[in-house]
Every structure is written in structure tokens, then in C-alpha cells.
Design a protein around this ligand. Structure first.
Ligand code: ADE
Ligand code: ZN
Length: 371
């Protein structure tokens, strides 16, 4: 008889009275049009642990002999959270079911397979060594699982994935510098960038200058969550960090026209996640979202799903939102993909190869071509 592992409780990080995400948005799940489905897509902003759907989290928990806390899910189907701080707690709880290199491989392969089915050719995955460390994985095991997932997805679906190492700002400066040093020391062609996530309003950028210096000196592309849950001052401080050429979100820069001009003139690309922004209450609805205003001002905008199952998002869904709510035609959607590939931290050969794939695909898209 096979030995059953004892059921352990995943520690509850304070989730209480969790309620449905109540994602009050126009419906991105109604499915993109046929022409949007045919657009080759690129995603620069998605958190790796945040890609695992409830079904996968439950499967991994069972495989690892873990009991999920009762408040984590609604009806076994939806992650339960009520606001941004609560979302971060739910995210940590769900992430703690991902325990082994095999788990990481499965999470990456599952997500990249879903993206490929929606037409994505390139995805940058934001990976958090702090989450892996919290469940006892070494950084070698963490990476081995992610890299295997990327290799398996390429073999099965011709999609490319790359990794951005992320630090969690509310874990503090010391942890950030340690993780940056670890990322710098373990050079690998799949690890192309560095990011900082977590509680933006409570942990402004300046004390993290050294962490970004370490990452930038190691040749990693740098981006940082800013202008999501804090305003223009946070964006300005993020731009002062060493090596930053992109911003995760950055949308609240729109509150200051001079800052928007600076982003446009400086070629700072924004990883815009409209459905996440609406779900987390940064904007009440798509109509209030500044995607269109930023794009019209000449800012390099790209699309991301952030934490897809938490927000009812997907990269294909975000392209659909851009078409339906921001008025982008197929040519403009193709240009979003080119912008993302150019702003990506992939090496030049891969960028050229992917841009060529987009060019060929554009020949088959029934629209005025911008290639
Ligand atoms: N970690 C996961 N999702 C995040 C988000 N949208 N903002 C900041 N940190 C995050
Ligand atoms: Zn994010």
C-alpha cells in the first residue's frame, strides 16, 4: 500500500472574512473576436505564482499533502480576497502550495500552454525566490523547475518564456539586496530581468537603490511596480532606480502631464494590466482607465494579465479588452506586440526572431498591416 503523506495545514497569513473578488468589470471572458485571436501576442507582466488557477493549486496541495485554508477559495473555484492587502495574503497562501521543482515546472508549463492557445509567442514570467524560499525550496530547485517548464512549453507550443527575478518590497531592503545578489550570481540565459513587487504605498523605491544597482550591474533588465497603488511621486522615484527602462503598471503617471511627457520622451515602456487595475480598484472601470490617454500621448504601452485567475484575466483577454474598450484595431494590436517585444529583456537574436514571426503572422491577419 502506498504511504500517504500526512495532511498539513497551510498556515493562514491572516485571511479572514474573505469574500469574492467581485470583479466589477465589463466582461473580458466573453471571448476575443476571431481577428483578435489571430494576433500574435507578447506579455511582459505576469507573476508566476499568480498564474496558478484554483484547480491547479488544489491539485498541487493534494500532491504535497497540504490542506488549503478554508477561506482561500469560494466554492472551490475562485480565489477569495477583498482588497489589495488581502489579495497579497491570499496570493501568498495559494503560492505556498507550490512546493517542489516539479510543481514550478507544472505551473509554468500550464500557463505558457494557455498563453500559446491564445496566440502568445513570448511571455516574461515574474518569479519570486522569496516565495520559493518560504516553502523550503533552494534557488537551484526553484529555477530548475521554471526552466524545465519553459523548455517543455517551447517543445510543445513554440512559445518562448523568460524570467524576471522579483523581490517583495514589504519583506524589506535586506531581503531585496540578498535576492538581487543571488540573481546576479546565478547567471542564466533565461533570467533576463529584475522587478520589485508588493506593497508599493508602504514601501517607496529609494531604499531599494542598492538592490537595483546589483541587478543592473549584473546585466539584468530592470522594471519596478510603480504608479499602481501610489501616484506620480512613486513613479518618479522608480525612474531614479538604477537601470529602470520599464515600469510595471506606471498608469498613475497620467495624473501628472509632465511625467507622461517624460515617459514618452524617455521611451519608458509601461506594462499595463487593465483588468488587474479594475479588479483591484485602481480604476472603477475600463472607461476610466488611462490606457488610451497614455498611448495617445506617445507612451510605449504593452499589456499584461498580472495575476490572471485572481482577476478573471488572460493575455488574450487583455488584447480583447484593448480592442473592445480602448478601440484598438488589428494593426494597433500588432503594434502593441511589437512594442512589447522591443521593450522585452530578451536578447537581440530572440527579439529579431520573434519580430519576424509577428511580421509573418501579420501577413495573414485580415487588416491594414503596420508591419
Ligand atoms: N504581486 C502580485 N501581484 C501584484 C500586484 N498587482 N502589485 C504588486 N505586487 C504584486
Ligand atoms: Zn504585478
Amino acid at each position: 500500500m502506498a504511504l500517504r503523506r500526512p495532511v498539513r495545514q497551510i498556515t493562514d497569513g491572516g485571511l479572514s472574512d474573505a469574500r469574492s473578488a467581485a470583479i466589477a468589470m465589463a466582461d473580458p471572458t466573453s471571448g476575443p473576436s476571431a481577428s483578435v485571436a489571430a494576433i500574435p501576442k507578447a506579455e511582459l507582466h505576469v507573476h508566476l505564482e499568480g498564474t496558478a488557477k484554483p484547480e491547479l493549486v488544489q491539485r498541487l496541495a493534494a500532491r504535497n499533502g497540504l490542506a488549503l485554508p478554508s477561506g482561500l477559495l469560494h466554492d472551490h473555484e475562485t480565489f477569495a480576497w477583498r482588497d489589495f492587502p488581502d489579495f497579497l495574503k491570499t496570493y501568498d497562501l495559494a503560492a505556498s502550495a507550490i512546493r517542489t521543482a516539479q510543481d514550478y515546472r507544472d505551473v509554468v508549463l500550464t500557463y505558457l500552454s494557455d498563453c500559446a492557445a491564445e496566440g502568445a509567442v513570448y511571455v516574461e514570467l515574474i518569479a519570486s525566490p522569496d516565495h520559493a524560499r518560504a516553502v523550503g525550496l533552494t534557488e537551484e530547485e526553484h529555477r530548475a523547475g521554471i526552466f524545465q517548464g519553459i523548455d517543455d512549453a517551447r517543445a510543445a507550443h513554440e512559445i518562448e518564456g523568460r524570467v524576471l527575478v522579483s523581490v517583495v518590497r514589504h519583506l524589506g531592503v535586506e531581503a531585496a539586496e540578498r535576492t538581487a545578489a543571488e540573481a546576479a550570481a546565478m547567471a542564466h540565459p533565461y533570467v533576463v530581468g529584475f522587478n520589485m513587487a508588493g506593497d508599493e504605498a508602504g514601501f517607496p523605491p529609494p531604499p531599494f537603490t542598492r538592490a537595483f544597482e546589483i541587478a543592473h550591474d549584473a546585466g539584468l533588465g530592470c522594471t519596478v511596480h510603480a504608479g499602481e497603488h501610489a501616484g506620480p511621486e512613486s513613479v518618479r522615484q522608480a525612474l531614479a532606480l538604477p537601470g529602470v527602462t520599464r515600469l510595471s503598471h506606471g498608469v498613475r503617471a497620467v495624473e501628472e502631464p509632465e511625467l507622461v511627457r517624460r515617459l514618452a520622451d524617455g521611451g519608458i515602456a509601461l506594462e499595463v494590466c487593465p483588468t488587474s487595475n479594475v479588479a483591484l480598484g485602481v480604476y472603477p472601470d475600463y472607461a476610466a482607465h488611462p490606457f488610451g490617454a497614455l498611448r495617445a500621448a506617445g507612451v510605449a504601452v504593452t499589456l499584461g494579465s498580472d495575476d490572471p485567475p485572481y482577476f478573471g484575466a488572460s493575455i488574450g483577454g487583455e488584447y480583447g479588452v484593448a480592442a473592445e474598450h480602448f478601440g484598438l484595431d488589428d494593426a494597433a494590436l500588432l503594434e502593441l506586440t511589437r512594442t512589447a517585444l522591443r521593450a522585452s529583456f530578451a536578447d537581440d537574436d530572440l527579439k529579431q526572431e520573434l519580430l519576424e514571426r509577428v511580421r509573418s503572422a501579420a501577413d495573414g491577419v485580415p487588416c491594414e498591416k503596420g508591419a
